[in-house]
Write a protein that binds this ligand. Structure first.
Ligand code: ZN
Length: 324
């Protein structure tokens, strides 16, 4: 009994000392965005192929700035951090950013995350889109381009959206759910589509550009108050981001090695996934945004999407493109 008491006491002391140590650590980092003499920006991301330009962004340190990439496990967690100012910006699904803007969070899109890059996956037993009637099909969120792509695919095939059991699932769960036959297919950010195709559990029904040319999916958004306080750093961040997009577009060994540090995938899956996506034109133009907004209204996901000029600020990316 006494021995157990001693062990409990030791464990308690250990916990206390760890807490003290971690508090010191947190204190060391909490001098604010200029703690080590460098102005810092914190950008949130999910480990997906769609955020590749962020992973390849480099060179800010040499200019006295620091970029901290903050990894999240889910879109709701990332949006909470963005909406409360715990991060200054994020690579995020455009619909989630639009929704936050509608709810009064002042965000601005300063660049796209990518172009194209989504596939609609189905199990091997699905011959045709009409076979999805009465089946379950997964999307990451109702507020996603993946949901719009599903809507458009069904519409073109003459299948009612209500004829399919559309379910929201966390992206990493989708390949497993398909392999186990719990769903008949899914559409989600990469590399989760490629993962099922490479494993032989799924096939590509459509690529995004076949259904919705110039589809908008992920965007780089920043908080407006952060842009206003840091216009110079915003310009640098967007500049390096655009350059990183061009590096990503090479899809060469360097790009793949960097992506491999952020994504838990094998080379076959990564190659497949990169074959569907583009990073060399990251301007969100008005026509693409208008089409996106029309879809959201048509699908009943919003009544009043943010106006293009309120939600998109292309001044930084235009300046960046001029100086390339
Ligand atoms: Zn995306």
């Amino acid at each position: 009994m006494k021995r157990m008491k001693n062990q409990s006491l030791m464990a308690l002391l250990l916990v206390i000392s760890l807490l003290v140590l971690s508090a010191c650590g947190a204190g060391g980092e909490s001098h604010g965005s200029e703690g080590n003499g460098k102005k810092k920006i914190r950008i949130g991301y999910l480990p997906i192929t769609h955020a590749a330009p962020l992973y390849l962004e480099q060179g800010l340190e040499k200019e006295g700035y620091e970029i901290e990439l903050v990894k999240f496990g889910s879109w709701p967690d990332l949006m909470d951090a963005l909406n409360t100012g715990h991060i200054d910006g994020a690579s995020v699904l455009v619909q989630l950013a639009m929704r936050a803007k509608e709810q009064g969070i002042d965000l601005k899109t300063v660049a796209l995350g990518h172009k194209d890059g989504n596939v609609l996956v189905a199990g091997q037993d699905i011959e045709d889109v009409t076979d999805l009637r009465g089946q379950s099909y997964a999307i990451p969120s109702r507020f996603s381009s993946h949901n719009i792509l599903l809507y458009e695919m069904l519409k073109q095939a003459g299948v009612g959206y209500d004829e399919v059991n559309v379910i929201e699932l966390a992206p990493p769960e989708m390949p497993v759910a398909l392999a186990e036959g719990r769903i008949s297919g899914y559409v989600v950010a990469e590399p989760f589509g490629a993962s099922s195709v490479a494993a032989g559990h799924g096939k590509v029904l459509f690529q995004s550009d076949e259904l919705w040319p110039n589809s908008v999916c992920c965007v780089l958004v920043l908080r407006q108050e952060w842009i206003d306080s840091n216009p110079e750093l915003t310009q640098k961040v967007v500049q390096k981001y655009v350059e990183a997009g061009l590096l990503a577009e090479h899809k060469d060994d360097h790009a793949k090695a960097v992506l491999g540090n952020f994504l838990n995938v094998n080379e076959e899956v990564l190659d497949l996934s990169l074959g569907w996506i583009h990073y060399d034109d990251l301007v969100l133009d008005e026509e693409s945004y208008r089409k996106l907004s029309e879809y959201l209204v048509e699908m009943g996901l919003t009544e009043n999407p943010p106006a293009y000029e309120d939600f998109v600020d292309n001044t930084f990316i235009e300046r960046a493109l001029q100086s390339l």
